[in-house]
Design a protein around this ligand. Sequence first.
Ligand code: URA
Length: 231
Amino acid sequence: MRLDKFLCETLGVTRREATILLRRGEVTVDGNTVKVASVKVGEESHVEWQERHLPMPGPRYFMLFKPDGFVCSHEDSNNPTAFTLLDEVNMDKLHFAGRLDVDTTGLVLITDDGQWSHRITSPKHKCEKTYRVWLEDAIGDDYEQQLQDGIQLRNEKGLTLPAKMEVVDFSQNELLLTISEGKYHQVKRMFAALGNKVEQLHRESIGTIVLDESLEPGEYRPLTAEEVASI
Ligand code: URA
């Protein structure tokens, strides 16, 4: 692919603007400043604009360890958005494939591929999400069965779909919960319906994609091809 076409697609600029960036010496290919628009770049090329790596044009997929206090939206008047944790070009094209509440931590997937994120968020696909939950009060003996049978949430018509619960530590009121829907505040509302309260919530996995243990809160990385294909 020609370098000017590559810049148009990754940066969303016009051919003329791409030529100007090149003439100014803002673009390097494999460490060398390139000013010629017709130079060919491919999968193996490392292209940088203003010292920022530009990925090959095409859909983008990332996992982020969302910290407490960040919102999953492009704008918010009260809290910083989780997008501020990403250093990517064309940020306005990216969206969250399923949001977390401002005080929930853990795995969020970010992409510009709407069909892919639809398979995560659409109720039809029943994509499983696993949460680590800390409750205010003791885990009830009947919770596992009730969550399996379905919970009646306030202001919802039917019961929740069967959910799997696994106790991690009774003394800490800590458990893992796997659900296959994503209703508004679903986990908090499920435990509220059981007469308890979620004190802390952390998402560990979406489908078979697990939050990378090497990521610290606020860090992110591209998904591997296998992770993308797993959805
Ligand atoms: N359920 C909740 O209640 N909050 C979240 O952030 C995610 C699931």
